[in-house]
Design a protein around this ligand. Structure first.
Ligand code: F6P
Length: 331
């Protein structure tokens, strides 16, 4: 700590944006790490809305007991529109002052970090972020908290769809989450042996899907699964189904499944619990060391801090090798 750095006695913690499995494990680690370091933790409920509406409560080690295995977030979450306004930020700052918070840990995705960056700059307030989103779409970390659980949920569901698809020799279009990123689609596609994966990062035109359907129909595959990230540029799963019906209606019986919010819930996997616990402890230590305006992540098994500015501006790259692997094993 440098001489100008303010001592950290109180830290607020919030979850914001879409919830993800493992957020509770992260909250628990932040709170316990605060207590361990004789810092008073404050839970801010309903994301930035809670900061604006003074929905803030002191926590202790007991407030986070038995939550490590629970999905969702005990602090609740919100996609706050009010926090994007000057008025909302001013109200939020008054509550920071009221509770004498010295710093804050925010758990969420891109939107959460954008809000933190603006607020932290405006009021010269130290904030550290933990990447928590099922989409895995944050630059600066190999994995975000929640991705592993979500992708396992998807694989379990897709395996079940495979059973019925095979029994009826059907072609399924399965939509998975991922507005701007295809990580859930790519990982689950490889793991569940999907015949085709469509993701926003790779602008694959519909002809490629037609070619693949032509190839597989010649080889009389008993079932076909096409996993489509919701942000894919070829249109919705229903539009895709229509196009395939027009061309291959005589050869394929098609069905559509949209997995939806089931992907966001459930008990966090071991990997998510460990990642969340690690990042929770590190976020508090980072604030104590004077770090601010940055996200803590793990890259190549090493702790890595990425400025909010970079974490929100840059997109994580889909691994070309993964796409190649998916193509090879789905012939
Ligand atoms: O950001 C995570 C995510 O689950 C996206 O994959 C999805 O597009 C979005 O949230 C859905 O958000 P909401 O629950 O607010 O509709």
């Amino acid at each position: 700590m440098t001489s100008e750095q303010k001592e950290i006695n109180r830290i607020g913690v919030l979850t914001s944006g879409g919830d993800s499995p493992g957020m509770n494990a992260a909250i628990r680690a932040v709170v316990r790490s605060c207590v361990f370091n004789e810092i008073t933790p404050y839970g801010i409920y309903e994301g930035y809305d809670g900061l604006i509406n003074n929905n803030i409560q002191k926590m202790n080690a007991g407030s986070v007991k038995h939550i490590i295995y629970q999905g969702g977030t005990i602090l609740k979450s919100a996609r706050s529109q009010a926090f994007k306004t000057e008025e909302g930020m001013e109200k939020a700052w008054k509550n920071v002052e009221k509770h004498e918070l010295d710093a804050m840990v925010v758990i969420g995705g891109d939107g959460t970090f954008k809000g933190a960056m603006k607020f932290g700059d405006k009021y010269d307030f130290p904030i550290v972020g933990i990447p928590g989103t099922i989409d895995n779409d944050i630059y600066g970390t190999d994995f975000t908290v929640g991705f592993d659980t979500a992708v396992n949920t998807v694989v379990e569901a897709v395996d079940k769809i495979r059973d019925t698809a095979t029994s009826h020799s059907r072609l399924f279009f399965i939509e998975v989450m991922g507005r701007d990123a295809g990580f859930i689609a790519m990982y689950s596609g490889i793991a569940a042996g999907a015949e085709e994966v469509l993701i926003p990062e790779k602008d694959r035109d519909i002809e490629r899907l037609f070619e693949s359907l032509e190839r597989t129909s010649r080889r009389q595959k008993t079932s076909r699964l096409v996993i489509v990230a919701e942000g894919d540029t070829n249109g919705s799963v229903y539009e895709l189904e229509n196009q395939v019906q027009e061309r291959f209606g005589d050869r394929y019986e098609t069905k559509v499944t949209i997995l939806g919010h089931v992907q966001r819930g459930g008990r966090p996997s071991c990997a998510d619990r460990v990642l969340a616990s690690r990042l929770g402890v590190l976020s508090v230590e980072a604030l104590m060391e004077g770090r601010r305006n940055a996200m803590v992540g793990v890259r190549n098994r090493k702790v890595k801090f990425t400025d909010f500015d970079q974490a929100t501006k840059r997109n994580p790259q889909m691994d070309e090798e993964l796409m190649r692997v998916a193509d090879i094993i789905s012939i």
